[in-house]
Write a protein that binds this ligand. Structure first.
Ligand code: AP5
Ligand code: MG
Length: 222
């Protein structure tokens, strides 16, 4: 089982990179933000609860989030592991994940922090478009789709996220960076944190992450 956590501030490129890495390693990309957005769209009880927090840029409470994530990891496609994007988001979530994996005699293999300065994050999120069907990520200036408004991968319409409005973006950055630092410290202490420079092109960030993953495999083999 391979469990890789991608860390980074809102807009750092977690979703973009998780999708590429998941394809490469042939394990699912599991994003709590995407799971919440699907629940909001379905107007399920989790979606109705999560929406109140997401629209204010706050983290959704841990009990709901942890249960939803662990349920997702129990699905058959995740028996070989997963690329986690947007989870864990604070120390309590990191500890809950460690405990759940320990029960299966497993653990987080690697945590990769995609480091991008705050000034660039706001600009990236204002130009972001995501596909309605699966959350595939585009950017007006840095990563446009081949055909305007249509997802290259599944042909579904591209939409802007509710929480990418300027005020909500500022709230997300103000409210969430402290807990990101907690999670970074958690994995640094465990000795499995690596940092990549997220200001490079999407391809170069992907290459840097893949190098780190191969390095981690080499150091655990034999
Ligand atoms: P979530 O969906 O996880 O949002 P986030 O962490 O704010 O991160 P984003 O999805 O905004 O950014 P990203 O890092 O994925 O960047 P992307 O690849 O899109 O969470 C949303 C909300 O749900 C939270 O605010 C919270 O309320 C709730 N939630 C989720 N998980 C939770 C949890 N565990 N606990 C509690 N609450 C939770 O890239 C951004 C843009 O930049 C795109 O346009 C992309 O094309 C572009 N881009 C990417 N890489 C590059 C590059 N190298 N160069 C130039 N442009 C690039
Ligand atoms: Mg994302």
């Amino acid at each position: 089982m391979t469990v890789i956590v991608l860390l980074g501030a809102p807009g750092a490129g977690k979703g973009t990179q998780a999708q590429l890495l998941a394809e490469r390693l042939e394990i699912p990309h599991v994003a709590t933000g995407d799971l919440f957005r699907a629940a909001v769209r379905d107007d399920s009880p989790i979606g109705r609860e999560a929406r109140r927090f997401m629209e204010r840029g706050q983290l959704v409470p841990d009990d709901i989030t942890i249960r939803m994530l662990l349920d997702r990891l129990e699905r058959p496609d995740a028996v070989g592991g997963a690329i986690l994007d947007g989870f864990p988001r604070n120390r309590a979530q990191a500890q809950a994940l460690d405990a759940a994996l320990a029960e299966q005699e497993s653990r987080v293999d690697l945590a990769v922090n995609i480091d991008v300065p705050s000034e660039e994050l706001v600009e990236r999120m204002s130009g972001r478009w995501v596909c309605e069907a699966a959350g595939h990520v585009y950017n007006e200036s840095t990563n446009p789709p081949q055909q305007s408004g249509i997802c290259d991968i599944d042909g579904s319409p591209l939409v802007q996220r509710e929480d990418d409005k300027a005020d909500t973006v500022r709230a997300r950055l103000d409210l969430q960076l402290v807990s990101l630092r907690e999670v970074i410290a958690h994995y640094a202490k465990a000795g499995i944190l690596r940092t990549v420079d997220g200001r490079q092109s999407i391809d170069d960030v992907a290459g840097a992450i893949y190098d780190v993953v191969r390095g981690a495999n080499a150091s655990t083999a034999g």
